[in-house]
Design a protein around this ligand. Structure first.
Ligand code: BES
Ligand code: MN
Ligand code: ZN
Length: 500
């Protein structure tokens, strides 16, 4: 994405396929707004056209018209910015909706009005997000569905260090789009070993200095990773844990990100009904998010040490699948009675967290499409944050807010802990029905400790709702995999880097 300085050249003389400007107000007050002025007659024409086409200024509504006489751009894209002073969220959504509407175009200039650095970052990220497509498995492409590919994008801005802000947006968007690709990839193509291979391919092709470690099924069995081994044993495609370590010299805080990577969740022998299974290729969205986050952190050369642990398994009901009633010994040594094989995510995460503790993590954040209950509580767009450390929770919520990724805190109530008591083992992995997202969090909390039982600052992000967008594309968000949590986590790592 290029950065153009306002007025150089003037908007009317820009040689581009599409010029993106904003629309505010309504009725006779419908107003065209841009980063730098258009000639008055052009503005008058655009307003008249907008009125006659009944164009709406509702946020992220797009109206396209042929470029009028007097300007070089072939098409003008009017995108709604609403009636109020546009926020970063508004700008992000509008920029994304505008670029998504640019099928068949080769180039576009975004000329949306904006204030400071965060506005520009939102516009750049939104615009790049809107161009996302997943066409790897299409042999023919439907013209109407066509979305822009390789769109040559420019943005007009006079914000200080605009090129730096746009460069960060590009790194971040590439990472987010990788996470989306991973989520969207069909589950017959993406399974634990092929996920590990894909991580290796991307790391090798990147400027990032990331050390990879892959634990295969025999290493997991020998290492006593009973949680992930139990979940993976019903599948012909065995589990893996992939560790991606970025450790720049001199970095102080050592952060571990642990991702749930169930490449498909049938529920196991406690099998899900067909209707609940259709989106379960997305059950590795946490692993995708933490993989993409460490990639972005390394490419941005952030001054923090971060290792992502991808806990990869396929939850299938094969003849060797685990059963309700099985007792497994976790990597930590804790024995766990399996009650419902569909509560598999916490089992793989707990082993990943223990590995992180053994590697000396000072802060642990797990990211997981963990419970339907989190979705019942917060809907499909908001992720839940639970933590054993108030400051960490607040830092994550602040990073999420700054990234326009809605998140909300949820408690870890002590009284639900009793539900994890087992007659036959140290713990069960689930309790009573009510508060299912919270008991899942309470189970994970048991594994956020040192070997002496001292708590380690830990937070749990339940992204079951926003990881996969089942509704249509909206604003900058595509249908399908969203890459949620990557932007929040990168912002968090930047904040952690600035602390030192
Ligand atoms: N992967 C699911 C959670 C999920 C549900 C994610 C819907 C996204 C959309 C998870 O493994 C699961 O099955 N959880 C169970 C837990 C229950 C058996 C305690 C659930 O939420 O029903
Ligand atoms: Mn499940
Ligand atoms: Zn699951």
């Amino acid at each position: 994405m290029n950065v153009l300085t306002p007025g150089k050249p003037s908007l009317d003389s820009l040689q581009t396929d599409a010029l993106v400007v904003g629309l505010t107000g309504s009725g006779d007050d419908l107003t065209v707004v841009s980063a730098t002025p258009l000639p008055e007659p052009t503005v008058e024409f655009l307003k008249r056209a907008a009125r006659s086409l009944r164009a709406s200024s509702k946020v992220a509504t797009v109206t396209r018209i042929a470029g009028p006489a007097g300007i070089e751009a072939a098409t003008v894209v009017l995108v709604g910015l609403g009636d109020e002073e546009p926020t970063t969220t508004t700008l992000r959504r509008a920029a994304g909706a505008a670029t998504r509407a640019l099928a068949g175009h080769q180039s576009a200039v975004i000329a949306l009005p904006h204030g400071g650095a965060s506005d520009l970052a939102a516009i750049a990220q939104g615009a790049l997000s809107g161009t996302y497509t997943f066409t790897a498995h299409k042999t023919k492409r439907d013209k109407d569905e066509d979305q822009p590919v390789d769109l040559d994008l420019s943005v007009i801005s006079e914000v200080e260090d605009a090129p730096g802000i746009v460069a960060r947006a590009e790194v971040l968007s590439r990472a987010v789009n990788w996470a989306r690709d991973l989520v969207n990839t069909p589950p017959n193509v993406l399974y634990p070993q092929s996920f590990a291979d894909e991580v290796e391919r991307v790391v090798e092709g990147s400027s990032a200095s990331i050390a990879l470690r892959v634990l295969d099924d025999s290493e997991l069995i020998e290492g006593g990773f009973g949680g992930i081994v139990g979940v993976g044993q019903g599948s012909a495609r065995p589990p893996r844990i992939v560790a991606m370590e970025y450790a720049p010299e001199g970095a102080k805080s050592k952060i571990a990100l642990v991702g749930k990577g169930i490449t498909f969740d049938t529920g196991g022998v406690c099998i899900k009904p067909a209707g609940s299974m259709t989106t379960m290729k997305s059950d590795m969205g946490g692993a995708a998010a933490v993989a993409a986050t460490v990639l972005a952190a390394a490419e941005l050369e952030l001054p923090v040490a971060v290792t992502s642990y991808l806990c990869l398994a396929e939850n299938m009901p094969g003849s060797n699948a685990q059963r309700p009633g099985d007792v497994v010994t976790m990597r930590k040594g804790t024995t766990v009675e399996v009650i419902n094989t569909d509560a598999e995510g916490r089992m793989v995460l707990a082993d990943g967290m223990t590995l992180a503790v053994e590697d000396g993590a000072e802060t642990i954040i797990d990211v997981a499409t963990l419970t339907g209950a989190a979705m019942v509580a917060l809907g499909p767009k908001i992720y839940a944050v639970m933590a054993n450390d108030e400051a960490l929770s607040e830092q994550i919520l602040a990073a999420a807010k700054a990234s326009d990724e809605p998140a909300w805190p949820m408690p870890l109530p002590e009284e639900l802990r009793d539900g994890l008591k087992s007659e036959v083992a140290d713990l069960t992995h689930m309790g009573e029905r009510w508060g299912g997202a919270l008991t899942a969090g309470l189970f994970l909390k048991e594994f956020a400790t040192t070997t002496d039982g001292e708590p380690i600052p830990w937070a749990h992000l339940d992204i079951a709702g926003p990881a996969f967008n089942e509704a249509g594309p909206a604003g900058d968000l595509p249908k399908g995999g969203t890459g949620v949590a990557v932007a929040s986590l990168v912002a968090l790592l930047e904040a952690k880097g600035a602390e030192q």
